[in-house]
Design a protein around this ligand. Structure first.
Ligand code: COA
Length: 334
């Protein structure tokens, strides 16, 4: 079987915080944030939840694909910030959408999450196990953000993006790339995980609620420079590896849809690969880093703007906590 993306959707909360709002909370400035990150504002939940955003992004993706909720066999939600531990976010999305035939589970691979969720769904579809999958990245990082830490609170935002994947019934012959299913490249290095951490509030360790709310380890903590160095080295390596593995030339790739963390990271990756920056679409100016939601939100914007044309090859590339990173080739056949 081969499989392809046949619809996308996203949901962005309407409430925004710009850099001037952040500068009222910590010692920073719009100029500093824009220069170091390229981020101007971020959208923050105001009544919405990780699950409600996931459901709305999923609904929009199904509408875009022209596929009914009953046709969905698999719902996969990538998130590190669900408002519920049980049931999983994917089961809640199933309930919201009425996708009663789907099997549902969540996946946590931080900012690499959407790429790994996409690969997981593709493996099920190309193995002939399921025919239609709804893959969602949804995050309310504002709940995990330490609004007193200027090293992190300038970076993150909330939102959700989704893609519908469907097996097309044809058989991929021989080398996987020829059938439209490409072999992905993904890596993890738990040994370097200390660069980006956040303790679960369930690891309360005898602390009272008040102490926990004031303990920085229960919010995202990051060695910014270490993560920056990791990203600008690992992402180009993974992209080079995935192209080589699938015998695809860099010139054949129309767009590199990268996790939206920092403009300087995207620029450095483009430079290392020797690829023009125009092939690296960006929307982090508006949303900041939305973790596993950033790639599907960007993909949905490009789809709805008509920038994606049948036959184009794209690279999806993610990186983040774990540490984890990876790249996948997608052929746009919508
Ligand atoms: N506003 C103003 N000054 C700030 C600041 C802020 N928000 N944050 C840090 N600074 C200061 C530091 O205290 C330091 O001051 P000093 O020189 O007096 O000690 C100076 O700015 C430089 O700090 P540094 O940490 O070297 O900045 P940087 O250029 O590395 O930028 C990040 C910091 C966080 C923007 C950058 O490291 C980054 O984006 N890293 C990757 C993070 C990321 O993408 N994480 C998610 C991955 S999924």
């Amino acid at each position: 079987m081969t499989a392809t993306i046949c619809g996308t959707g996203s949901f962005i909360p309407s409430y925004t915080m710009d850099n001037h709002d952040i500068a009222r909370l910590v010692d920073t400035s719009d100029e500093w944030i824009q220069e170091r990150t390229g981020i101007a504002r971020r959208h923050i939940i105001h009544g919405e939840t990780t699950i409600s955003m996931a459901a709305e992004a999923g609904r929009r993706a199904l509408e875009n694909a022209g596929i009914s909720a009953e046709e969905v066999d698999l719902i996969l939600v990538s998130t590190i910030s669900s408002n519920l531990l049980l049931p999983c976010a994917a089961c809640e999305v199933q309930k919201e959408l009425g996708a009663k035939n789907a099997v549902c589970f969540d996946l946590n691979a931080a900012c690499t999450g959407f790429v790994i969720a996409y690969n997981t769904a593709m493996a099920y579809l190309s193995g002939g196990i399921y025919r239609t999958a709804l893959v969602i990245g949804s995050e309310s990082l504002s709940n995990l953000t330490n609004w007193k830490d200027r090293g992190t609170c300038i970076l993150f935002g909330d939102g959700a993006g989704a893609a519908v994947l469907q097996a097309d019934g044809s058989v991929a012959e021989g080398f996987m790339g020829q059938g439209g299913n490409y072999i992905p490249v993904t890596h993890s290095d738990g040994g370097r995980g200390g660069a980006l951490t956040c303790k679960s509030r369930h690891d309360f360790n005898g602390l009272t609620d008040e102490k926990q709310w004031n303990d920085a380890s229960y919010y995202m903590q990051m060695d910014g420079q270490a993560v920056f160095k990791f990203a600008v080295k690992s992402v180009p390596e993974a992209i080079t590896e995935v192209l080589k593995l699938n015998q695809v030339n860099a010139e054949e790739i129309s767009f590199y849809v990268m996790h939206q963390a920092n403009r300087r990271i995207v620029e450095a990756v483009a430079k290392r690969l020797g690829v023009p920056l125009e092939k690296f679409p960006m929307n982090l100016f508006e949303y900041g880093n939305t973790s596993s939601a950033s790639i599907p939100i960007l993909l949905d914007e490009m789809n709805r703007e008509g920038r994606l044309v049948k036959g184009q090859k794209l690279v999806l590339a993610g990186f983040g906590a774990g540490l984890s990173w990876g790249a996948s080739i997608v052929e746009w056949r919508r």
